[in-house]
Design a protein around this ligand. Structure first.
Ligand code: GDP
Length: 578
């Protein structure tokens, strides 16, 4: 604000006033975003030029669909497939079968484990399979802007038919606009009925091509291998059907499918190359990480010098593990890579600061409007995998009402670290770990700083615990319970004790130290604590219905014969958020 004012020769107060007229609350040392700065400068006939570092200028791809259509260098590429379907219908078995069938003897050992993604050659063509089946993973990737799947294989067990997750899978694929190929599995089992499955799926607009529709149905058995070549052929042909193309002649662009740290190898990042060609020694950037491709392997562990579109590769050489779904770019040199990372961490820091500054300015704003500020529970969330991170984060951010809310100040994959605790201390946050815990340093820091760490392994437990926390922030409800009534029959003035009313308990009971309300002719005269309660000469705690007692009500001396003392208790009842 200050610098903009100086640059265009306008007083700060006037700038602030102008912004307020535009509905923007700003202070003198506030950072303005480009749009706001441009808008306000234009009011004084100035143009704003963005001279900040622009990532796009140094990063490779991705090309738009139109650009690809017009690119003379674009070539057909293999489709990328995700397998979905109901639990136990055979997704994993099918993936395993396809992977093994494609391995020449002798190679088999290396690739029986989960590899993130693998490519299968089918004659002249190929198909790429993502190795994490199911619609949850698919949609989590999509939510992160990483739509990599071209075709969904919907697995339906021939002996079981359409089940709830079959329908969910169809919805997820359709929401993403991804075409479906149906694999009717377990065809070796007795009682299979593929025709009934075809019939039922027409309800979901999946009509077999032999019935005039455009959905391919392939009966298979992952057990015997029957039908699998057919399925692969059908999938490979989707490259033509969907006109899948990419230019292999430019620097690579792709998506991180998986990343991990391996003993002796360092960071291993599985990347699906979507466009261009990745070569050894390329400088690359993904998320907050960069590096130089030291070596590359395919899913069978074979060394590669380069990899083109629709190829999953394991890349060694990054300085850390990026998240699944992160865009993977090639840059010209190390300097550009470092500039991208620096600009990203600057941006992330600015966002974090803006987020942290929000509560104070919001509180000021609300206070000036005479409103009570919402109670906020700050949270830090750490999880083992990015899929559950998104799921938990979305669920938690929905908890709250107009009095209390959750603010997620940090959410990331990984163990709970010392820096998480520092952030928690700074912002009064509770740290939630989902299938992860604190390391030794973090634990010590948490003990010292009094930071609460809660660990979970079931999503619903996290949600319930956060609801409990928020319920604790709600101002409790006060509930009054009438315990009984006493009628004043005589009034005594006793030295050192004061006024004592001789009473008869007409109903319920009278207790010392609870509230008494003095009523006269139906009107309330006074309310105060019952400080003295006596039976004859003795102090007692409680006198019940049908007995006489002496009592005094705090702060009330003018009690009269005939007054009724209503005895009641006020309890604070904790409210619950739903
Ligand atoms: P997912 O939950 O969809 O991944 O299902 P799985 O791949 O774990 O398979 C569930 C069960 O079905 C396992 O016991 C498999 O052995 C069995 N199964 C999977 N495919 C076939 C098949 O083609 N034929 C037969 N008979 N059993 C199968």
């Amino acid at each position: 604000m200050g610098e903009l004012g100086k640059a265009i020769g306008v007083k700060l107060n006037e700038l602030i006033r102008k912004l307020m007229q535009m509905g923007v609350m700003a202070t003198s040392n506030q950072q303005l975003d480009l749009d706001t700065a441009t808008l306000i400068a234009s009011e004084y006939d100035y143009d704003v030029k963005n001279v900040a570092f622009q990532e796009d200028a140094v990063l490779s791809g991705p090309a738009t669909e139109e650009a690809k259509a017009e690119d003379p260098d674009a070539e057909p590429r293999a489709p990328v497939v995700t397998i979905m379907g109901h639990v136990d219908h055979g997704k994993t078995t099918l993936l395993d079968r396809i992977r093994k069938a494609n391995v020449a003897s002798g190679e088999a050992g290396g690739i029986t484990q989960h590899v993130g993604a693998y490519r299968v050659e089918v004659g002249e063509r190929a198909v790429v399979f993502l190795d994490t089946p199911g619609h949850a993973a698919f949609t989590a990737m999509r939510a992160r802007g990483a739509s990599v799947t071209d075709v969904v294989v919907l697995v339906v067990a021939a002996d079981d038919g359409i089940m709830p997750q079959t329908v969910e899978s169809i919805s997820h694929a359709k929401a993403a606009g991804v075409p479906i190929v149906v694999a009717i599995t377990k065809m070796d089992k007795p009682g299979n009925d593929p025709e009934r499955i075809k019939q039922e799926l027409t309800k979901y607009e999946l009509v077999p091509d032999e019935w005039g529709g455009d959905t391919f149905f392939v009966p298979v058995s992952a057990m015997t291998g029957a039908g699998i070549p057919d399925l692969l052929e059908t999938l490979a042909l989707q490259s033509d059907v969907l006109e899948l193309k990419a230019n292999p002649k430019k620097p690579a662009f792709g998506r991180v499918v998986e990343s991990r740290i391996e003993k002796g190898r360092g960071t291993v990042v599985t990347v699906l190359i979507q466009e261009g060609t990745l070569s050894r020694s390329d400088f690359v950037v993904a998320g907050q990480n960069f590096g130089r491709v030291r070596s590359m392997h395919d899913s069978r562990g074979k060394q590669l010098k380069s990899a083109g579109p629709s190829t999953p590769v394991e890349v060694l050489g990054l300085d850390g593990v990026p998240s699944a779904g992160d865009a993977f770019y090639v840059v010209a040199n190390e300097k550009d890579a470092k500039r991208v990372i620096a600009s990203r961490s600057d941006k992330a820091r600015a966002e974090r600061e803006a987020e942290q500054n929000k509560p104070t300015s919001m509180a000021d704003l609300l206070a000036s409007m005479g409103k009570k500020e919402k109670e906020v529970q700050n949270l830090i969330l750490k999880t083992d995998v990015s899929g559950s991170l998104e799921a938990i984060r979305t669920s938690l951010e929905q908890i709250g009402n107009d009095e209390v809310e959750v603010r997620m100040i940090h959410a990331a994959v990984g163990n709970i670290s010392e820096s998480d605790i520092t952030l928690a201390t700074a912002s009064d946050a509770i740290v939630l770990g989902f299938n992860v815990g604190p390391d030794a340093m973090a634990k010590r820091a948490a003990d010292q700083g009094g930071v609460s760490i809660r660990q979970f392994s079931v999503i619903y437990d996290v949600i319930d615990a956060v609801k409990e926390m928020l319920s604790g922030l709600l101002t409790p409800e006060t509930v009054e319970t009438v315990l009984g009534h006493a009628e004043v029959r005589a009034v005594f003035h006793i030295q050192r004790v004061g006024t004592v009313a001789g009473c008869y308990v007409t109903d319920g009971k009278v207790q010392r130290n609870v509230q008494g309300r003095v009523m006269r002719g139906g009107k309330k005269m006074h309310e105060g604590k019952i400080t003295t309660l006596k039976r004859f000469k003795d102090d007692v705690r409680e006198v019940t219905h049908g007995f006489e007692c002496g009592l005094s009500v705090d702060g009330y001396k003018t009690i009269e014969v005939g007054d009724i003392v209503e005895v009641f208790e006020i309890k604070e009842v904790r409210r619950q958020i739903d």
